[in-house]
Design a protein. Structure first.
Length: 95
């Protein structure tokens, strides 16, 4: 079966695929895709991953055509980040 593996760092992104046997897991897909060679900062043991935007465990089974996504850790606390006023920075500002 063929599975897509996606990851986006702060500066670049990758969309790879892996051919896997039946019964393969999310972790198998990540390791087989070669994405860890391109992004050595990914720690498979602690990485959060999902299939089609739904968070799953690394030992979850994948199916043919699945889109496995590797998520980066949150780098700021959303509770402490100030919200921008509406209209600011959305490209509609008048000068």
């Amino acid at each position: 079966m063929k599975v897509g593996v996606f990851y986006a760092s702060t500066t670049r992104h990758a969309n790879l695929s892996a051919d896997l046997p039946d019964g393969a897991t999310v972790k198998d897909a990540i390791e087989k895709s070669g994405i860890l060679k391109q992004f050595p900062e990914i720690d498979v043991a602690t990485a959060k991953a999902g299939i089609f935007s739904k968070l799953v465990k690394l030992d979850s089974a994948v199916a043919d055509g699945d889109r496995v996504e590797i998520y980066r850790p949150i780098t700021c606390d959303p509770k402490t980040v100030k919200r921008r006023p509406k209209g600011e920075g959305d490209g509609d500002a008048e000068e």
